[in-house]
Design a protein. Structure first.
Lengths: 361, 238
């Protein structure tokens, strides 16, 4: 018999009061009105829980670490039991053949109806040898499990973009999930790691409404990645006023001025850090006095220094920023123009001279 | 060398043409408004990338960065609307108004003329030719350096503007929604938009230098033509 979410939660010792509290907090974190609380509760009471298979490729487990710290009261217990996390080799009790057997069992029993969550990505070079799971390259496991899934969640920047292991020169050819799986809906939840509440929020949305959250063109849920850090940053007034920290220990830094000049990537980074914040809403990087490094953006390791506003360009083969390249070009052309002007002046005076000579001659 | 239509105009005015009306009033107005907009864009854009030193006092008493960005965005709108008006005029204006937008790349004679102009600039030709509109080399650099850069700056600029204006705004729908995914992320769009500033500076340097030099050394007026609209010829030779 297939249990509903609610039954599972009750079985795990969660009281109905706690369950309802969880429903209202989830509604709030998804940006839904109070009217949705009974809907969420109803869905969880009646719908059979959807199994989630959580695979790990090349990664550092920071996504898992973030996920299990989801800070809302009961969120971690509730969500962990609610999503029926049937396979997650990092935190499951079973190991070895027993663990792999669960994977196969869920895949057959819930064919076409389970969600595949991927943390990390598959390396493709050396026939995938750089990441071996259960004796086989991770790419094989990923393709095998993805075949019958309903949808894929790409956890973190590794699965979404490639992240550090795909940074130049990417020796193992680590490749994000959407470049190897083409026939399944993929939800990217980038970040290094993603915010815990964003992770649980995305899963809850999918289970409650039985559909994918609305995604932007790059496949990220709009509700969490629709705005930049900069758009909701509490230091934004200092930006608009033109008040910036110029060094890590200067007066502006102490006063909590905008970190734009220190290379903060808030203006170019789509994430929910400045609204949801971290560790149960305690803080986020900018609040702690350090600029955003843009960890949820594509290729953030290869976009120059975390501490430059005008970042380096790698396309020309040399590392240089727009101002140095442009300044040099302008200097060279300016010198050429000056030289050209000098020669032109000589030519002009000579031709005048010869005109005069012609007339005299 | 006069083009066919110029020749007809020349004949209509009698053999010894001293002046031809080239740039109609909307073109001249656009030129100077555009020049002003690009100046404002370049200066304000520079201070957006490298802001001025911090302002003292409370944040609520200052709005310097806000004003600089406002100037940048307003001038950006002027640039965009100006270009749209200029494109409209290319359709309804005289044939010189179309020169900026169409390169006759399949015309062999035109390429020879480009080469001739290059030789003229390299001091390999003693005497310049006469042109009513742009000379072919000028037309080539107007198209490649100015027009493409302007389009690139408008597209990337409004894509970045749409990020702030957010989803639902026209800039986001028209530009941000595809430009950011095309580049991969916002930081690269910022970087290349900034490179565009330097291309513009190069263009301005070459444009002003060439205009003044040709004004002195060529056989027709250049600078005053953009003020009065009339191309004056300095001699009667063909």
């Amino acid at each position: 018999m297939v249990e509903t979410f609610y039954e599972v939660m009750r079985r795990q010792g969660i009281t109905r009061r706690s369950f309802l509290k969880y429903c209202s907090l989830t509604a709030a974190s998804l940006g839904l009105g109070p009217a949705f609380v009974p809907k969420i509760a109803h869905a969880m009471e009646t719908k059979p829980r959807t199994p989630v298979l959580w695979l790990h490729g090349l990664e550092c487990t920071c996504c898992s670490e973030s996920f299990i710290r989801s800070g809302h009261p009961l969120a971690k217990d509730a969500v962990l039991s609610m999503i029926s996390l049937d396979y997650d080799d990092t935190i499951m009790t079973a190991a070895g053949h027993q663990a792999e057997a669960i994977l196969e069992e869920v895949m057959t029993r819930y064919k076409g109806n389970y969600i595949l969550a991927v943390e990390g990505n598959p390396p493709l070079n050396q026939e995938g040898m750089s990441c071996i799971i259960g004796g086989k390259p991770f790419i094989e496991q990923l393709k095998h499990v993805a075949k019958d899934c309903k949808a894929i969640i790409s956890w973190g920047s590794c699965a979404s973009w490639g992240c550090v292991q795909a940074a130049k020169p990417n020796p193992t050819q680590a490749t994000p999930v959407h470049k190897v799986i083409h026939d399944k809906p993929i939800i990217k939840v980038p970040g290094c790691p993603p915010i815990a509440e964003v992770m649980t929020g995305v899963i809850t949305y999918m289970l409650t409404f039985d559909r994918l959250p609305e995604l932007d063109r790059q496949g990220r849920p709009k509700m969490f990645y629709g705005q930049r850090i900069h758009d909701k940053c509490y230091r934004r007034p200092h930006f608009d006023a033109g008040q910036f920290a110029e060094a890590w220990d200067d007066e502006g830094s102490r006063k909590g001025y905008c970190l734009y000049k220190m290379g903060c990537k808030g203006p170019t980074t789509y994430n929910a850090c400045s609204t949801v914040r971290w560790n149960g809403g305690v803080s986020f990087p900018i609040q702690s006095g350090h600029g955003c490094i843009g960890c949820s953006e594509d290729g953030f390791w290869d976009k120059g220094s975390f501490y430059d506003r005008v970042t380096d360009i790698q396309q020309f083969g040399v590392e240089s920023n727009a101002d140095r390249v442009g300044g040099a070009a302008l200097g060279v052309v300016g010198a050429a123009v000056a030289a050209h002007a000098a020669v032109s002046a000589i030519k002009q005076s000579r031709s005048k001279q010869s005109d005069v000579n012609d007339k005299q001659g | 060398m006069l083009s066919a239509q110029d020749m007809r105009e020349a004949e209509a005015h009698g053999r010894s043409v001293k002046a031809v009306y080239v740039y109609e009033a909307p073109v001249r107005l656009w030129h100077w408004v555009n020049a002003l907009a690009i100046t404002v864009l370049a200066i304000s854009g520079w201070f957006i990338a490298s802001p001025l030193p911090s302002q003292p006092g409370e944040a609520s008493e200052n709005f310097l960065m806000g004003y600089i960005r406002f100037a940048h965005f307003s001038a950006g709108y002027v640039l965009l609307i100006g270009l749209l008006g200029r494109i409209y005029w290319a359709f309804v204006g005289n044939h010189h108004a179309r020169q900026l937008f169409v390169l006759p790349i399949f015309n062999g004679t035109w390429w020879k003329e480009v080469l001739f102009e290059l030789r003229w600039y390299l001091f390999l030709e003693r005497d310049p030719k006469k042109y009513v509109g742009h000379n072919p080399l000028a037309q080539f650099s107007m198209f490649t350096l100015f027009l493409t850069t302007t389009l690139f700056m408008i597209v990337t600029g409004f894509a970045l503007y749409g990020e702030g204006a957010q989803e639902g705004s026209w800039a986001h729908t028209l530009f941000t929604s595809w430009v950011i995914p095309l580049f991969g992320q916002s930081q690269d769009v910022h970087t290349w938009h900034h490179v565009g500033l330097w291309v513009f500076l190069l263009f301005v340097l070459l444009h002003i230098y060439a205009a003044i030099r040709e004004d002195i050394m060529s056989r027709q007026s250049l600078v005053s033509t953009m003020l009065s609209g009339w191309r004056m010829f300095k001699d009667d030779k063909p």
